[in-house]
Structure formats: structure tokens, C-alpha cells
Write a protein that binds this ligand. Structure first.
Ligand code: NAY
Length: 289
């Protein structure tokens, strides 16, 4: 069975502090209403790279406390500060997270040897399994087929969160590593990723659209490609509208329409404007009601 994970959002207050109650509401909504298979905690959608160290710890604690053993949990611990990444890997492992993930280190144009060392260091002292978080559009770091192969020499590195529109590479990766976990990261490209044999998907829009995405996965598995294409089209109408309205704040505003207090994004992310709020109401009415 393919798995669907929501990339968990963090509810913030206007002053940039974490709104714990709102974050818990989003977790519950994902588990109870969306019925996702898991949550990706501390990723891009969670605004991890906007957060202080204390806030990262706080979110990891809230998520596992609220989700308990109801769904699978993946904690993204990657950081430009390798010591922080190692600390968080141990922190979440001690909390009971069954998987960790780490973004490729970015900004300084690290060599592959340095990237490899980063991953091996993160997993060295923890009894946990790591999923590489590859998102070249945001990090500028593209790993090649052979480089994935080298990273997989470490048995604790078990898969890739593949947030990349390079389907040639995805096909190569899938076929070179049939036993590795490959989770697709671009929600608007779920269907082509399914066609190439991914094991599931992680995404921001599944916070709102998990049922449609699950139905698409089921249609694909049943061989009903026409239905899967129609569902992808319906999803992409929603995703296009969310992107045009600024995706992260808009998902939170649409959550509010669903009765979930998702707070706001943390500055310097955009704060809601009257136009954005009107846009989110329209998105809810047009695509989710
Ligand atoms: C993360 O860590 O939260 C993710 O990478 C989730 C994947 C999302 N990528 C980003 C950059 O937000 O769900 C996607 C993305 O929002 C969606 O496909 C719309 O482009």
C-alpha cells in the first residue's frame, strides 16, 4: 500500500511564537479527518528553517505527543549547523520518532564528500533510519544517481523524499534502488511519480486535499488511469489556486474555513492581507466545499 503523508504546518501567533493549540488542531485534523498515513514534521511546510532551536524542539514534542502511535512520523532534523542536526536526530529518536529525515546541506555549495559526511554524522550515534530530503529547487543541491548510491552505502540511510521534477532521474533512482523508500514531494506531479513507482508521497496540500490524493492513488493501483488523471486535474486546480494566493499562508487560511485554527505563517513569510483572506475563502468554496 502506498502511503500518504501531510507535511505538517506549524501554527504561529502574530509575534512569531508557536501556537500549540492550533498546531495540535492541525495534527488532529490530519489524523481524524484526512486519515493520512503519516506526518512529515519539521519540513519546509512546517517552516522549520524559520525557527529557533527551541521552537524546533517544541514542535517535535507537540507532534509526537498529539499523534502518539496513530500515524507514522518522520522528523526532519537537517540544519546548516551539523551539531544541531545531530542533536535533533538524537532528540527525536529519544522522543520515539520512528524515522528521521535531513535536508541536503545548502547555501555554501558543499562538495559531495562534505554532504556525505553530513549524512553519515547525523545517523552515526542514533538508532534510527534516515530519509534524504532532496529539494534542489530550494537548496540548489542536486544529487546524481551515483551519489545516491554512495549515500545508500550507509545502511541507516533508507530512502529519499524526492521533491524534484526530474522524472528521468526518478526513473533511474527507482530502478537502481528497488528496495529503498522513495516518497514523492511535489503534489502537483503525484500521478507521474506514481507511474514511476514511488512508495508514497509527502506534501503540503495534503493537509487540505488528502482524500482526493488517496483516491488518486487507489485509482492508479486499480489501473483506472482516466480516473487518476481526473483526480490529478482536480487537485491541480486547487494547487494552482493555492500557489497563486501564496501557498503556505493560504493553506492556513483555508484551514480556518474548515474550522481549524492554523494560526499564521512566521515572518518574513507573508502575513494575511484582506485580498489573501478573500482568495482563501474562494479557494475553499470553489475546490473544497
Ligand atoms: C516539506 O518539507 O514540507 C515539503 O517539501 C513538502 C513538499 C512541498 N514542497 C514545498 C517546497 O513546499 O507539497 C510540496 C509543495 O508545497 C506542493 O507540491 C506545491 O508546489
Amino acid at each position: 500500500m502506498k502511503k500518504l503523508y501531510s507535511a505538517l504546518m506549524t501554527a504561529f501567533n502574530d509575534d512569531g511564537s508557536i501556537n500549540e493549540a492550533g498546531t495540535r488542531e492541525m495534527i488532529r485534523y490530519n489524523i481524524d479527518v484526512n486519515k493520512v498515513d503519516g506526518l512529515y514534521v519539521g519540513g519546509s511546510t512546517g517552516e522549520n528553517f524559520n525557527m529557533s532551536h527551541e521552537q524546533k524542539e517544541q514542535v517535535f514534542k507537540i507532534a509526537i505527543d498529539e499523534a502518539k502511535n496513530d500515524v507514522d512520523l518522520i522528523a526532519q532534523v537537517g540544519s546548516l549547523d551539523l551539531n544541531e542536526a545531530k542533536y535533533l536526530a538524537k532528540f527525536v529518536t529519544d522522543l520515539g520518532y520512528p524515522h528521521i529525515s535531513a535536508v541536503t546541506p545548502f547555501y555554501y555549495n558543499y562538495t559531495f564528500e562534505q554532504i556525505k559526511d553530513y549524512y553519515n554524522e547525523i545517523v552515526k550515534d542514533v538508532d534510527n533510519e534516515l530519509i534524504i530530503y532532496s529539494i534542489p529547487a530550494l537548496t540548489g543541491v542536486s544529487l546524481s544517481l551515483d551519489q545516491f548510491d554512495e549515500l545508500f552505502e550507509n545502511p541507516k540511510i533508507i530512502g529519499i523524499k524526492y521533491t524534484n521534477a526530474d522524472f528521468f532521474l526518478l526513473e533511474r533512482v527507482r530502478n537502481r534502488f528497488p528496495d529503498k523508500l522513495i516518497l514523492s514531494g511535489f503534489d502537483e506531479m503525484l500521478l507521474p511519480a506514481l507511474a514511476l513507482g514511488v512508495d508514497g508521497a509527502i506534501g503540503s496540500t495534503y493537509n487540505l486535499n488528502a482524500k482526493r490524493a488517496k483516491a488518486e492513488m487507489n485509482a492508479f493501483d486499480a489501473g483506472d488511469i482516466d480516473k487518476a488523471r481526473q483526480l490529478q486535474k482536480d487537485s491541480n486546480d486547487l494547487i494552482s489556486a493555492l500557489i497563486a494566493n501564496d501557498i503556505y499562508p493560504s493553506i492556513k487560511l483555508v484551514f480556518k474555513e474548515l474550522g481549524v485554527n492554523a494560526g499564521v505563517t512566521k515572518k518574513p513569510m507573508a502575513q494575511p492581507t484582506p485580498e489573501m483572506i478573500a482568495g482563501a475563502k474562494k479557494i475553499y468554496n470553489d475546490y473544497l466545499k
